[in-house]
Design a binder for this molecule. Structure first.
Ligand code: NAD
Length: 258
């Protein structure tokens, strides 16, 4: 079965697309006809995802830069040219290795230096890419920005205060940007996630430790990356054009939005 070509002719940049969620989003948008620029800090990971997309008959190239470094982001924007869709997925602690146990601590036991990594990637990273890539969307009167945040940013999560602050900041930033650029055909939205598990087939159960941590969700399982990719595809595709300034929770019912 071939996917509906909702993104045919679109150039898409997915940040942090070298693994897990970003990788699945990049693959899904490529399957839907987009030319995907696969960003990551880690060149090997970006190349591997490009290879997977090309092997499946899709269009992709690697775009290796650090979203926390504004100079690198603007240089990349100049080299890559305009994109139609920007997916801000790079996040967590902003390192290829992902967060470690030391990243989680009660706020009163942390110092500003501990907050930096979270704020740089989850807030400044989003602002950097928007600043670099949105002007061309405005000029061309069409664009989509989708940013992956976390329910930590909507509800607050103990031991994750800086991450919560940064994700909430990204959502606030997105609402303001949405108001500025909507008249130019550019939409700006966020998807707020609960715990997303590994890429897996429908019905495949969570590993026991993960199952325990998502046991309080209304739908008692972790999310599948493909489910998130489908939401990103909707928001960045032709049917998402009248949705802007919103934050969509996808969290198995961990929290509800009115
Ligand atoms: N996985 C979850 O359960 C979950 C839950 C809530 C929110 N999120 C959010 O979803 C997004 C993806 O999460 P994930 O768990 O798949 O991520 P991950 O940490 O597994 O992978 C992120 C990728 O981004 C890259 N990266 C990190 N910093 C970067 C930078 N400064 N510039 C460019 N690339 C960079 C890493 O090398 C890595 O390949 C993140 O924004 C995360 O905060 C994830």
């Amino acid at each position: 079965m071939t996917a509906e070509q909702t993104h045919a002719g679109r150039r898409v940049l997915v940040t942090g697309a070298g693994q897990r969620l970003g990788r699945v989003i990049a693959r899904e948008l490529a399957l839907r006809g987009a030319e995907v620029l696969v960003n990551d800090l880690d060149a090997g990971r970006a190349d591997a995802v490009v290879g997977e997309i090309q092997a499946a008959g899709g269009k992709a190239s690697a775009a290796v830069f650090d979203v926390t470094d504004f100079g690198s982001v603007t240089a990349a924007a100049a080299a890559l040219g305009p994109v139609d869709v920007l997916v801000n997925n790079a996040g967590n602690a902003g390192r290829p290795a992902g967060p470690t146990r030391d990243d989680f601590a009660w706020f009163t036991a942390t110092d500003p230096a501990d907050w930096d990594g979270f704020l740089k990637v989850n807030l400044y990273g989003v602002m950097h890419t928007a600043r670099a890539f949105v002007p061309a969307m405005v000029e061309r009167s069409w664009g989509r920005v989708v940013t992956i945040i976390s329910d930590a940013g909507r509800l607050g999560e103990p031991t994750m205060a800086a991450y919560s602050a940064a994700k909430a900041g990204a959502a606030g930033f997105s609402r303001a940007l949405a108001r500025e650029v909507g008249r130019h055909g550019v939409t700006v939205n966020c998807v707020s996630l609960g715990t997303v598990g590994p890429d897996r087939a429908e019905g495949e159960p969570d590993a026991p430790e993960l199952a325990q941590s998502v046991g309080r969700y209304v739908i008692r399982r972790s999310g599948r990356p493909g489910e998130v990719a489908a939401m990103v595809a909707f928001l960045s595709g032709p049917d998402g054009g009248w949705v802007t300034g919103q934050t969509y929770p996808m969290n198995g019912g961990y929290s509800f939005a009115l």
